[in-house]
Design a protein around this ligand. Sequence first.
Ligand code: UD1
Ligand code: CA
Length: 450
Amino acid sequence: MNKTAVVILAAGEGTRMKSSLPKVLHNVCGRPMIGWVIESIMALRPYGTYIVVGHQADLVKEKSARKEIVFVEQKKQLGSGHALMQAEQKLKHFHGSILVLCADTPLIRTETLSVLLNFHSREKNAATVLSVINDNPFGYGRIIRSPSGQVEKIVEEKDASREIKKIKEINSGIYCFESPLVWDALKNIKAENAKKEYYLTDAVDILNRQGNKVGGCTICGANEVMGVNSRVELASAEKAKRFEILEKLMISGVTIIDPSNTYISADAAIGGDTVILPGTTIEGKTVIGSNCRIGPFAFVSDAKIGNFVQVRSSYIYDSEIGNESQIGPFSHIRPGTIIKTGVKVGNFSEIKKSTLEDGSKVNHLTYIGDATVGKKVNIGAGTITCNYDGVKKHKTIIGDRSFIGSNVNFVAPVEIGSDAVIGAGSTITDDVPSKALAIARARQVNKIRK
Ligand code: UD1
Ligand code: CA
């Protein structure tokens, strides 16, 4: 294979997205589109990677910065051909192939790019276009082949006659060009078309007319080179990417009951024999062990979950859940929480920035915030930590094996020893020593009715 440099075109505004965010920064399965494209080329270990930025350049740079990447600026967005021209200064002395991609094709795979590069060098082409047969070619540039099968030119939808619009072979927007040959061809592009833009696709016609060989490398599967121009296409790309992620997990031994109703980030890791039930979203760098049951309707974000854990209809953010623990239904585990082994957090219980040691139970209608709860503690229904005095947060500490009756208020800061018992309905404002029984409520009076 020839020596390869990569240029990613990402300067366009993406007007059809109707967004204040540049198109290439819209997320597909939790990652900006451009991030997926960058990832697809990294395994090729290119000689150099250049990204052409323009519209909101600083933001695009910030979100796609990596040490391997050099940015070049396209001050005015005059078209994809003009965009590639901006890389000339960096690459005019480069002898080899230039792989050009658009940042709006987030489904492209490294394997396909390798196929294109191999085809290009095997055929000794001056340029090779990656094409696909698409039953719904609307919006894409159409490939015009010569009788011998070479690619003669590419005609954009807006410039196409009725006959040309019937052609189903489309331009993926991914190409291989020989450098330095391409730089000269680009100089001949004219903005004489419906959009008054310098089309990169015109380089094909120009190279042909200069007597060079231009080929088309056709792949199966139109999905992979789907260009995202609108939010409708964004949703299609999201769906396709989502299935790809879920398929990998299923192949690795995770059961996903209803893939059309399950949302898992590409950065999540899930162990074997774990079952993901419908309506579940798993975000960020969540790690889930084996033999868990997650869902239905669980939302888990950047959490670390052990083995044999159950999470039903609950929210978990930035927290750790130990082996054999059970969360939900309807629990809210907020950031900074560490739940150890065999813990139960049940209905309408909220835990924030707290540690629950092995075997403790917080089963019903409870708020535990900024607390440390020892082992085998039972927290009765309706108990809350009053952790906030309006200005500062304070800690509640509860020792091992203590039994907290229902509807207790812990006015923090407060510390309960181990093996203590707190009477139901108590408002605890003072520390309770180990093995003590604390009751802090008014005694009941029964009076004769008049
Ligand atoms: C382009 C191709 C079309 C192909 C399709 C595949 C051209 C003229 N047409 O059309 O044949 O079928 O992709 O998805 O290239 N860009 C810049 N600077 C600009 C203009 C565009 O960097 O001045 C970048 C965009 O950010 C984008 C890429 O070039 O990543 C393609 O531009 P876009 O407007 O999406 O082209 P399409 O109309 O989709
Ligand atoms: Ca596009």
